[in-house]
Design a protein around this ligand. Sequence first.
Ligand SMILES: *[C@@H]1O[C@H](CO)[C@@H](O)[C@H](O)[C@H]1NC(C)=O
Ligand SMILES: *[C@@H]1O[C@H](CO)[C@@H](O)[C@H](O)[C@H]1NC(C)=O
Ligand SMILES: *[C@@H]1O[C@H](CO)[C@@H](O)[C@H](O)[C@H]1NC(C)=O
Ligand SMILES: *[C@@H]1O[C@H](CO)[C@@H](O)[C@H](O)[C@H]1NC(C)=O
Ligand SMILES: *[C@@H]1O[C@H](CO)[C@@H](O)[C@H](O)[C@H]1NC(C)=O
Ligand SMILES: *[C@@H]1O[C@H](CO)[C@@H](O)[C@H](O)[C@H]1NC(C)=O
Ligand SMILES: *[C@@H]1O[C@H](CO)[C@@H](O)[C@H](O)[C@H]1NC(C)=O
Ligand SMILES: *[C@@H]1O[C@H](CO)[C@@H](O)[C@H](O)[C@H]1NC(C)=O
Length: 909
Amino acid sequence: MKPNTSAFVALALLELFAIANVINISLCNGTSCIESEREALLKLKHDLRDPSNRLSSWIGDNGDCCKWGGVFCSNFSGHVLELNLQNPFSPDGSEAYQSLKLVGKINPSLLELKHLVHLDLSGNDFQGIQIPKYLASLVSLRYLNLSEANFTGMIPHQLGNLSNLQYLDLSGEELHADTISWLSGLSLLEHLYISFANLSKASDSLLVINSLPSLKELKLSFWELHHFPPLSFANFSSLTTLDLSGNQFQGQIPSRLGNLTSLKHLDLYSNQFNSAVLGWLSKLNDLEVLSLEDNRLQGDISSLGLENLTSIQTLSLDRNYELGGKIPTSFGRFCKLTFFSMGFTNLSQDVSAILGIFSACVAYELESLYLSGCQIFGHLTNQLGRFKRLNFLDLSNNQIYGSIPFSLGQIASLEYLILSNNKLNGTVSEIHFVNLTKLVWFRVNGNSLIFKINPNWVPPFQLTLLELRSCHLGPRFPSWLQSQKKLNDLDISSTRISAKIPRGFWNSIFQYYYLNISGNQIYGGVPKFDSPMPLFMGSIFDLSNNALSGSIFHLICRGKNFSKNVEFLQLSKNHFSGEIPDCWMNWPRLGMLNLGNNNFTGSLPMSIGTLSSLMSLNLRNNRLSGIIPTSFKNFTILEALDMGENELVGNIPTWMGERFSRLMILNLRSNKFHGDFPIQLCRLASLQILDVAYNSLSGTIPRCINSFSAMATADSSDQSSDIFIDISKNNFSGEILVEVTNLQGLQSLNLSHNLFTGRIPDNIGVMRSIESLDFSANQLSGQIPQSMSNLSFLNYLNLSNNNLNGEIPSSTQLQSFGASSFASNDLCGAPLANCTEKNILIPEDENGNGNEGDYEDGVDWLLHISMALGFVVGFWCFIGPLLIKRRWRYKYYHFLDRLGDGCFVRKCY
Ligand SMILES: *[C@@H]1O[C@H](CO)[C@@H](O)[C@H](O)[C@H]1NC(C)=O
Ligand SMILES: *[C@@H]1O[C@H](CO)[C@@H](O)[C@H](O)[C@H]1NC(C)=O
Ligand SMILES: *[C@@H]1O[C@H](CO)[C@@H](O)[C@H](O)[C@H]1NC(C)=O
Ligand SMILES: *[C@@H]1O[C@H](CO)[C@@H](O)[C@H](O)[C@H]1NC(C)=O
Ligand SMILES: *[C@@H]1O[C@H](CO)[C@@H](O)[C@H](O)[C@H]1NC(C)=O
Ligand SMILES: *[C@@H]1O[C@H](CO)[C@@H](O)[C@H](O)[C@H]1NC(C)=O
Ligand SMILES: *[C@@H]1O[C@H](CO)[C@@H](O)[C@H](O)[C@H]1NC(C)=O
Ligand SMILES: *[C@@H]1O[C@H](CO)[C@@H](O)[C@H](O)[C@H]1NC(C)=O
């Protein structure tokens, strides 16, 4: 019997009995379930942990198990026919998906459901067990879905007994197989989705797939295979979908795919294919979806032979970084194209030419155009307005210049518009948005657009995300923002606003998940907020670099709950004043707090110690007084502490050494600390920046200083971090210990203006990373060690105002410094006078080295800290680049890489 006939008969029977019920012929008790099957289901439930209570309706005394969630019975016999226990969320690793998993074993009582036709257990967690062999006894099964359910091990060949199967999904599992020849028993199979962790022994038996004549959809994923399996595909006359994505196939895309003439859907993404053979693709006349993204395709796009795919609807080519050239004019004939992506390729074309090619028939269908991160240049033209169905347009990270044409305002279906990081200038006005009623994202940061918008404008859209960084929005505060009730990501940093924040906007700041208004000239104080007090949604809140003034009491002490989500608070570089409020217990998740460069006074509040998640604390350049509170002991994961340029007093606490074991930056510069440098601080093995200059510290440098292992081992070729010690302008005394020379990663060492005596260590030449060395204004004596001429990176040297004597060692390095570097000693030789003559006194050079300020505001550390905090990916997609200085770029991109599948593509959109 043919499969279709049997299905038809079954359906006809079902229908008959349904009719029988309607006309009230009491053949049976209706839908009551069979006792033994109910008990089987209860046993099944008993072995599963169900944290989200999905099986709450499965309770013993509720007699009719046919009414239980996920259970469907025969109307006639009462037997359970279908069991749908799949996770309702798709496997995306999200919290929701995780929490809805059923976890545990499959109780063999399942076999009691002898009439089961449809079994779906996908997306649960069966904890790495094998697929139970006994499933093979459920011979009525037509549908079996065990995908993404944490089954591992061998695939039981008994599954070959399920001869009625039409649908088998074992994808997303790490399965092994000796052979898969048992598949030949499944001759009715139409949908086969299967994945293997290890198929090394079974790869020959893959040929069995050739003998499944009914296959319509085939998804094969191999975790190990680099070479395409020897499938001929010759008999697959009904195959419409072939998904070979996420394998490791290399080389050419096999041309025998051209035999699959019924194919509509071909997924080859996330492999390592590097070329296609011209011609075969055009045999696939019906192809509607072709995904080639994330491969290694090279050369010119026209070499892929795509030009005859006139049925194509979805074409994805993005993240083939070496695929270049221009979009061929023949693509203009893809009149059904709805989705085209070629982002992160080498596409190099004038944007007006691209719009021109698509503006014929494609413009009437195209819904998504994704061309971010290419080499696209030129002006946007009015042809944009022809793309009537466009919903998603991403041309970010290109070199498109000029203005945005008014015709943008005609794309009434547009929801996502992303033009960030181009060279757009020109004016943006209300006209650009007239018909954009559906717009939810407008991202143009990193351009120079000038917004000329009537303050009374009521936008036709409700955005959720708006990014205008570096555009010209000011000087007024854009009051139309207050109409955006759904907005939760807002970046209007560096937009030349020079105004007070309107009251209404203050009251709305709680709706933001991410808010950045830094780098403007916004002035005024933080008002008392209106009640009722909504929860502050945000995790990132940046008001820095403005002219805000007054107390921050209302912001910080607003209430217990409203600030509980905030991870990042940046209020630096304003004119805030008064005491730092004592309400930090309201900010439990804060990882980064920057109050630097304000005018805060008074002592540090106790409650700051409750911020036990803090990784970076910056209080630099205020007028804070008092001692470092012991509550700081709670900062056990602190990585950066900057309290420089205040009026703090007391000793450097010894407990810092044990409590701050992750500390990388310690800056106590320009305060009134006194006493010794505690030897306990030597335990700060991660320390890279130590700055205690301009205090009243005394005593000797502890010998254990060589245990600053981050300074001792750092690789000088790593340009990404400064490594330095500055203890200048204190009262340190004793010798410069030879242990200091162990710090071979050190780039800058400033010991100037202390009371150091003795000789410069002879082996100072081993400190090969040193770029800046300042020993001036001490009482050092003896000769300059010969080895100093080995310091080949040295570009600043000051040994003046000591008691050094003898001849300056000769090397091009040392002689390249001016005489002031050596002045006020008893030295001779170039650049000073010849050793036979008397030294001439040269005024001291007061200019310190240029290192301080490089890490100002801890901005560079933001990257590091955000990585560690695991800040939402979105944050990095949206504003990360703004904050990263050039020398962090490499790490930043590396970081993005590590996020996996192209943060720009998958996660943000
Ligand atoms: C049908 O109902 C009768 C009487 O109510 C009961 O004895 C019998 O067990 C029921 N049958 C089923 C299949 O539940
Ligand atoms: C699969 O089960 C194993 C064993 O219980 C467990 O360690 C692992 O985390 C599970 N994997 C997934 C993805 O749930
Ligand atoms: C493709 O089909 C043709 C004709 O059916 C056949 O000759 C050829 O061998 C097939 N190619 C492959 C690689 O199976
Ligand atoms: C596309 O079709 C034309 C006309 O049939 C043909 O000349 C050309 O070779 C085809 N291109 C490819 C890549 O198959
Ligand atoms: C806006 O849409 C309406 C209705 O679709 C249309 O009549 C009007 O011309 C459009 N305006 C602009 C500026 O595109
Ligand atoms: C935009 O930039 C171009 C070239 O950089 C310049 O010629 C033009 O005047 C600018 N337009 C505006 C409105 O600033
Ligand atoms: C800090 O406060 C003092 C005294 O109130 C004031 O003179 C000074 O201008 C303020 N500085 C800043 C940067 O606001
Ligand atoms: C340290 O943090 C804990 C909570 O993390 C808090 O209960 C305790 O009061 C804090 N200690 C101080 C001194 O603030």
